[in-house]
Design a protein around this ligand. Structure first.
Ligand SMILES: Nc1ncnc2c1ncn2[C@@H]1O[C@H](COP(=O)(O)OP(=O)(O)O)[C@@H](O)[C@H]1O
Ligand SMILES: [Mg+2]
Length: 211
């Protein structure tokens, strides 16, 4: 059986108290991240990562694989190597997500923001609509370049304002000389929670203008 397929099949995910939990995995996989749709593992002794989707979200694997194929030659995104019904294999990206940068006090520069904008511009030129671009989906590498991950929603037609809102906060607050550059994760999660509530309300009003 195919090496990656076998690895993906070693990952056993169960819902415990409504939350997905990894209850089994091959020794050669190291869990490095979790999001709203998948667990992400580093494949030990390689430079690759395997994203294994939660049961019931398998259709997202195919969609994300398809988007990664479209942006394969853009350096700001990981390369894709393989995909299966519930997994994708992409470059492992060393570094810190913007979320981690904020919790660790690693500075984020205007150059980083411009580079992210450029990466999104290149994705748009391929006919995509970059969506779900937020603090946990952008990594700054040890060499200081940026990589964008989690591109599953890049083909949606709905407009997503998340990156524009993050950029506004960056210029209005973060860049100000006396504004703090380090935040506890609990505070950032609280802001993200409130943002989501306000964001959903804003979307609802936009979609129902006569209410
Ligand atoms: N290629 C990668 N290299 C390194 N870390 C990654 C990679 N892909 C994902 N991660 C980590 O795993 C987390 C979840 O991955 P993500 O693709 O965003 O999943 P989801 O679609 O569920 O949000 C990310 O926030 C990041 O910390
Ligand atoms: Mg994500």
């Amino acid at each position: 059986m195919n090496f990656y397929k076998k690895l993906a099949e070693s990952v056993q995910i169960q819902y415990i108290d409504g939350k997905p939990v990894v209850v089994g995995q091959a020794d050669s996989l190291k869990l490095i991240g979790v999001g709203r749709s998948a667990f992400v593992f580093m494949i030990k002794n390689t430079t690759k990562a395997m994203k294994v989707f939660f049961p019931g979200l398998h259709n997202i694997a195919m969609e994300e694989a398809c988007v990664y194929q479209m942006i394969k030659h853009i350096d700001f995104f990981p390369n894709i190597y393989e995909s299966g019904s519930n997994y994708i294999v992409i470059d492992y990206i060393e570094g810190h997500t913007l979320f981690e940068c904020l919790t660790l006090g690693i500075p984020i520069s205007e150059k980083d923001i411009k580079e992210i904008d450029f990466a999104l511009y290149l994705a748009r030129k391929k006919g995509l609509n970059p969506s779900d671009v937020h603090l946990r989906n952008i990594i700054i590498t040890p060499k200081g370049s940026i990589k964008i991950i989690d591109v599953a929603r890049f083909r949606q037609s709905k407009k997503c304002h998340q990156w524009e809102d993050i950029k506004s906060a960056f210029y209005h607050f973060y860049l100000k000389p006396h504004f703090p550059k380090r935040f506890p994760a609990i505070l950032l999660n609280g802001i993200a929670y409130l943002y989501k509530k306000i964001y959903q309300k804003r979307l609802y009003v936009l979609n129902h203008p006569f209410i």
